[in-house]
Design a binder for this molecule. Sequence first.
Ligand SMILES: Nc1ncnc2c1ncn2[C@@H]1O[C@H](COP(=O)(O)OP(=O)(O)OP(=O)(O)O)[C@@H](O)[C@H]1O
Ligand SMILES: [Mg+2]
Length: 267
Amino acid sequence: MTAISITDVSKRFGPQGTDPVLGQINLEIPEGQFVALLGASGCGKTTLLRIVGGLETATAGDVSIAGKAVTSGAAARRDALADVGFVFQDHNLLPWRTAQQNVQLPLEARRVSKASRSETGRRMLDLVGLTPAAGKLPHELSGGMRQRVAIARALSYDPDVLLMDEPFGALDAQTRDNLNLELQRIWLEKQKTVVFVTHSIQEAVFLADRVVVMQAAPGRVVADTMIDLARPRGVDVMATPEFARYTGLLREALNDLAAPALDGVLA
Ligand SMILES: Nc1ncnc2c1ncn2[C@@H]1O[C@H](COP(=O)(O)OP(=O)(O)OP(=O)(O)O)[C@@H](O)[C@H]1O
Ligand SMILES: [Mg+2]
């Protein structure tokens, strides 16, 4: 079944709506697929993710999640979005709440009982390897730990779709590798549909089933390719010729060097 359907979505900003930020975007994302969205700064990745997540309205076009329209009014949007989790580059944790209290926050809004909230909070922290940090405040955690809390929080209400906007962009390379491994493990366990925005070709190929490349002015999809590497993937996969082939193709697509030879590989 299709988890996310993006049909002819365009977006203009500005008082007269004259700045075309997104051209016509069309994407069908099947249930359980891990999609990485790659593109230069300013090409509209965040805007597209916000439209999919109902945080921004499209100028034209439709988005539906699990067959429910995000783009057709507030009630329908709430309905569609009950099943979406967000993780942003800036973790957005409440500074006065402990890690576990932050993880449980979405459950309070959903009126889950106190006992069930604590149980889920503990389970989610365990899933991201943060049980020992349950009682710590955000400022007592490292950047990587804070991002893990944000992932645990997004997973707490068990959404089918996870939208992630450069969640590991501000982290050092080693922490990032570790979190990529952890995210893959969680994804293999939970089989969520994921849209993951990143600037890193390496990260995209490592994590994704499918990489979508966007270019700017207006934002549009210029390449869409499946990553056929066996899972679970270890960091050693990055040293293989197959991995290098994918990163090479994607680098060319990003740099607008897509030659006719790429047709069929990057459909
Ligand atoms: N609220 C807004 N009002 C006006 N213009 C906006 C708004 N939000 C985004 N833009 C413009 O839309 C374009 C795309 O922005 P967006 O944040 O989606 O890019 P991005 O691909 O996520 O970039 P980055 O990789 O740097 O995060 C940019 O030119 C930006 O200036
Ligand atoms: Mg962005």
